[in-house]
Write a protein that binds this ligand. Sequence first.
Ligand code: G3P
Length: 214
Amino acid sequence: MKFFIDTANIEEIKTAHDWGIVDGVTTNPSLIAKEGRDFKQVVLEICDIVDGPVSAEVISLEAEEMIVEAKKLAAWHKNVVIKIPCTPDGLKAVKQLAGLGIKTNVTLVFSANQVLLAAKAGATYISLFVGRLDDAGEDGLQVIGDSVAIIENHNFASQILVASIRSPLTVQKAAVLGAHVATIPFKILQQMFQHPLTDIGIKTFLDDWAKLNA
Ligand code: G3P
């Protein structure tokens, strides 16, 4: 399973990258706006830190405008992946961008049928928003399981990317279900390290070592 970090914060990206577990980065307009910095500058700084896919999202809603925007973003750096919403215009753009060899991340996906459509259009990644589904009283992980089965059963090249992650347990369960990628907020990555028995074990080892050397 690949781990992307779901943030546009440079310090968070540097810290997680130094842990050796980051394969890529996802941003969205909200995450970029949170940093209050120039979009291109932030994306280029991220590309300097992480040698892997870096998602940058288009703002246009019409296919031809999305394609123009996508070409501009893709020209910024070879690792930029174009994030496009799952709409008819979005998938029309994805199909054409796939033909041009430009990688895409179809976003705001909430159902297995949307996954099927995005896969057929040639999406590189398909971002399923698990947390927002759970917030709406649906079973996000059920949709992940169904989507992974669709991709595997029909040998689609697209990868299921688990997004909108709110807890370490979601990452664990998505991994068991065979999801190809999880994009994880920094706070959740930190929480994944934590186990009280690890802390107790370290303390015991150090106490015993101190006694031996007393
Ligand atoms: O990658 C998409 C993700 O950032 C959405 O997360 O927490 O806004 O639902 P959230």
